[in-house]
Design a protein around this ligand. Structure first.
Ligand code: PMP
Length: 455
């Protein structure tokens, strides 16, 4: 094909962070995007069931965003936030409106960045409060929080154990809310109380006056779509308050309508101290991230004395064009009711997938909130032994052959890398959703794992 020589050039020059040269991810040279669809160099069309890496929330090819970037670049392409500019001010106000709270907005460039900012800021905050011993953070196994050293240390997946140790010290992990794999005959409520006991024990055993913060996504997304009981985060917040710990909500994936509310944590009755966001903030048209910090925390950083400055300099954070694109993106999400649409499309997908797939011998669980969906594949519904990684690769590859890009998530460290993930653009049409359903049904029905499992 025409693509072959480009692939050769790619293979000799481009270092990919996840290899496209494996079975489940055959190389594709993308040239164009339209709505929920990507078109490759040979003219093949793929429905992007993952919105890129969970980020192209309003879909591809939106001229309004290109125009917003163009207009702003012509006017003022750059201004460091040692000064200010109008898009940064307007966007900060808009984000506060979406958060329904009083937050100060700190800009940076990626989700990892936004979490690093949160960690540094919290450590400094406790110091300025005279609590010099508070430096540790608690997160969960299976959670992903980024690739830089601090964010990777908070991450609870196998990749943190790869070849990068020693990681930053003071990062601790507790069990994820994996309701599907809770002990037999235990109610979800009891299971979640056990998780909260684990969190409290961790705080106490690690010495409560050393814990600085807890970081969690509202639901674990990349770690396999693990959705907590509605009371879970409320209880987490209660424990944080009890022990003087700050709560960070990582909304890098869940923010901006992905879960069917403006922010994922709005499904729960909580007000986080810090909210980090990236991806869907600009629908990935330009890089931008935010660490939103409660104003009462910012009070400790106010003033002109040297020792109250938060020292996190960052050249591109709050880039005017990125802010202008984010503003336009939020305007479109509002105008087209995409947050509500995400909730409705999520219910539609979940119902159809449950109806069509519940009797499939390898489909152990189908779950989702808004447009974050997961299908957990097992060899046997009774033992819940995960399907092999080879089978997972085959399903993902066959979907791609049929024109559907889906994800494969979970974690290899515990062997549960067996969750198919789906997160199409919030703007997906009913035809798009029906296409996803029909391809998944066809591929799963044509491929049943027949591996014998001894129980
Ligand atoms: N937090 C979460 C929940 C994420 O999913 C990601 C990215 N997948 C990050 C943080 C890091 O974001 P980035 O890749 O922009 O650094």
């Amino acid at each position: 094909t025409k693509t072959d020589s480009l692939i050769e050039r790619d293979q000799s020059n481009v270092w990919h962070h996840i290899s496209p040269y494996v079975e489940e991810n055959p190389a594709m040279i993308a040239v164009k995007g339209e709505g929920s669809w990507i078109i490759d160099y040979d003219g093949n069309r793929y429905l992007d069931g993952m919105s890129g890496l969970w980020c192209v929330n309003i879909g591809y090819g939106r001229e309004e965003l290109a125009k917003a970037a163009y207009e702003q670049m012509k006017e003022l392409c750059y201004m460091p936030l040692t000064q200010s500019h109008i898009p940064a001010i307007k966007l900060a106000e808009k984000i506060n409106e979406w958060l329904e709270g009083e937050y100060m907005i700190f800009y940076s460039n990626s989700g990892s960045d936004a979490n690093e900012v949160a960690f540094k800021l919290i450590r400094q905050y406790h110091q300025q409060n005279g609590e010099h011993g508070r430096f540790k953070f608690i997160s969960r196994h299976r959670a992903y929080h980024g690739s830089s050293m601090g964010a990777l240390s908070a991450t609870g997946q196998a990749l943190r154990k790869y070849k990068y140790e020693p990681l930053a010290s003071g990062f601790l992990h507790i069990s994820p809310p994996d309701s599907y794999r809770r002990p037999d005959n235990m109610s979800i409520e009891t299971f979640h109380s056990m998780l909260m006991e684990e969190l409290e024990r961790k705080i106490i055993w690690e010495q409560k006056e050393t814990i600085a913060g807890v970081i969690m996504e509202p639901l674990i997304t990349g770690g396999g779509v693990l959705i907590p009981h509605p009371s879970y985060l409320e209880k987490v917040q209660e424990l944080c308050k009890k022990y003087g710990i700050l709560l960070i909500m990582d909304e890098v994936i869940c923010g901006f309508g992905r879960t069917g509310k403006k922010f994922g944590h709005q499904h729960f009755n909580i007000k986080p101290d810090i909210v980090t966001m990236a991806k869907g903030l600009t629908s990935a048209y330009l890089p931008l991230s935010v660490t939103a910090v409660k104003k009462e925390i910012f009070e400790k950083f106010k003033g002109t004395e040297e020792n109250v400055h938060f020292r996190h300099i960052n050249t591109f954070g709050g880039n005017p064009s990125s802010c202008a694109v984010a503003l336009k993106n939020l305007e479109i999400l509002e105008k087209e009711n995409l947050v509500e649409k995400s909730a409705q499309s999520g219910i539609y997908l979940l119902e159809h997938l449950k109806n069509g797939l519940h009797s499939h011998p390898n489909v152990g669980d189908i779950r989702g909130l808004g447009l974050v969906l997961g299908i957990e594949l097992v060899e046997d519904k009774f033992t819940k032994v995960p399907v092999s990684s080879k089978y997972m690769a085959k399903i993902v590859a066959e979907c791609k052959k049929e024109g559907l890009i889906i994800g494969k998530n979970g974690d290899t460290v515990d062997g549960y890398n067996n969750i198919l993930t789906l997160s199409p653009p919030l703007s997906s049409t009913e035809d798009d959703l029906n296409f996803i359903i029909s391809v998944l049904m066809k591929v799963l029905q044509n491929n049943q794992s027949t591996q014998k499992v001894l129980s």
